[in-house]
Design a protein around this ligand. Structure first.
Ligand code: FES
Length: 347
C-alpha cells in the first residue's frame, strides 16, 4: 500500500504565517501605544503657531494697505494746499495792483479837487469884483415886497423880471384844481375853501406872488385870469396898468388872486383820424369819467371811455354802446396856414 504523501505547506505552514503576521501586528500596536500619543500635541501646537503667524501676516498686510492709503491722502492734500497757496499769491498780487491803481486815481482826484477849489476861489473873487463895479441898473420889486410862502425859494429859476409893463396871465379854470382829470372832476364838486387848498392852484398863486416881488419899482403891471373868459384879477381895472411901485397895489392884486376860486373851463381831446381832426369834450356823459384818457379806435374814429367802456363817435359824440346814452359835445377843428390846430369852443 502506497504511503500517503505528506503536504508540508498545508495547515501548519499557514499557522506559522498567521502567527508571524499576528506577531507583527502586535508589535506595531505596542509601538503605537507607546509613541503614537506624544505626536498629536506636538502637531496641534505647531498648527496653532502657524495660525497665529498667518493672523499676524494678515494684520500686517492690512496695516500696509492703510499706510499706503494714508500716504496717498497726504499726497493729495499736499497738492490741494499747494494749489490754494498759488491762488492766494495770485489774489494778493491782484489786490496789490488794484491798490496801486486806486492810489494813483485818488491822487489824481485830489489834484482835480484842489484845482476846482482854486477855480471857485478865483470865480468868487471875480464875482466880487464885478458886483462892486456893476451899476445899480434896476430897483427890483423885492425891495418893496418880500415873499414868504412855502419858503423863500425861487419859483421860476433863471427868470429875469423887467420892462416897463409886465402882464401876468393866470389859468383860472377848473383844470387848476388837479394834475389829472380824475382829480379835477373830484375837486370841482368840493366846497370853495377846499378848492382853494388844491396843491396845483396854491403853487400857481405862490408863483404869481413871487413874480410880483421881482417887479422893478418904476414899472406897471396887470394880472389877467382866463378860463372860458378872460378878465383882470383886480375888479374894475380892465384896460388899466397898475403901479408896481406901490406896495398896497401889489398886495391888493395878490390878495384878489388868493380869493379867486378856479372854475369853468373845458377839457377837450383832439384826434387825428381818417385825414381829419376831431375835438370832443374830455368828459363822459355817463358818469363824468375822463373820456380821452382811454383807448380809441383810429380805423373807426371811435373813442372808448376807460371807466365803463362806452364807445363814442368822434365826429358826432353819439354813444355807440351802453351804459352811456347821451351825446358828448364835439367842437369844430380847423388847421391854420401856419399849421396851428384851432378848436372852436363856444362860451
Ligand atoms: S363814465 Fe364813461 S362809461 Fe361810465
Amino acid at each position: 500500500m502506497p504511503r500517503r504523501k505528506v503536504e508540508f505547506f498545508s495547515l501548519s505552514f499557514l499557522d506559522v504565517v498567521c502567527c508571524g503576521f499576528g506577531a507583527v501586528i502586535l508589535v506595531f500596536t505596542i509601538l503605537n501605544a507607546v509613541f503614537g500619543g506624544s505626536y498629536r500635541p506636538v502637531t496641534d501646537e505647531l498648527r496653532g503657531e502657524v495660525d497665529k503667524l498667518e493672523e499676524e501676516v494678515l494684520e500686517g498686510h492690512q496695516d500696509l494697505v492703510e499706510l499706503r492709503n494714508s500716504v496717498r491722502e497726504t499726497a493729495h492734500e499736499s497738492v490741494l494746499a499747494s494749489g490754494l497757496s498759488r491762488r492766494l499769491i495770485e489774489t494778493l498780487t491782484e489786490v496789490q495792483e488794484e491798490l496801486a491803481t486806486y492810489e494813483a486815481s485818488t491822487l489824481a482826484k485830489r489834484e482835480h479837487v484842489e484845482k476846482l477849489k482854486t477855480d471857485i476861489k478865483t470865480l468868487e473873487e471875480e464875482m466880487k469884483r464885478l458886483s462892486a463895479a456893476a451899476p445899480a441898473e434896476e430897483t427890483p420889486g423885492d425891495r418893496l415886497r418880500s415873499f414868504v410862502g412855502d419858503g423863500d425859494r425861487q419859483y421860476l429859476t433863471g427868470l429875469k423880471v423887467g420892462g416897463r409893463r409886465i402882464l401876468i396871465l393866470v389859468d383860472t379854470s377848473a383844470s387848476m384844481l388837479g394834475d389829472d382829470v380824475v382829480n379835477v372832476v373830484r375837486r370841482r364838486n368840493l366846497a370853495d375853501p377846499m378848492k382853494l387848498r388844491s396843491p396845483k392852484w396854491r403853487q400857481a398863486v405862490a408863483t404869481v406872488d413871487w413874480i410880483t416881488t421881482q417887479f422893478p419899482r418904476d414899472s406897471s403891471f396887470q394880472i389877467y385870469g382866463f378860463s372860458t373868459k378872460a378878465g383882470t384879477i383886480v375888479p374894475g381895472t380892465d384896460g388899466q396898468w397898475l403901479d408896481a411901485g406901490s406896495r398896497e397895489v401889489l398886495d391888493g392884486a395878490v390878495q384878489h388872486l388868493r380869493k379867486l376860486v378856479p372854475a369853468g373851463g373845458r377839457m377837450v381831446g383832439v384826434y387825428s383820424c381818417g385825414g381829419a381832426y376831431y375835438a370832443i369834450e374830455d368828459r363822459c356823459s355817463h358818469d363824468d369819467g375822463p373820456l380821452c384818457e382811454g383807448d380809441w379806435e383810429p380805423e373807426l374814429c371811435i373813442v372808448v371811455c376807460p371807466r365803463h367802456g362806452s364807445r363814442f363817435d368822434l365826429q358826432t359824440g353819439i354813444p355807440m354802446t351802453l351804459p352811456a346814452f347821451e351825446s358828448v359835445p364835439t367842437y369844430p377843428v380847423t388847421v391854420r396856414g401856419d399849421g396851428v390846430v384851432v378848436v372852436e369852443v363856444p362860451d
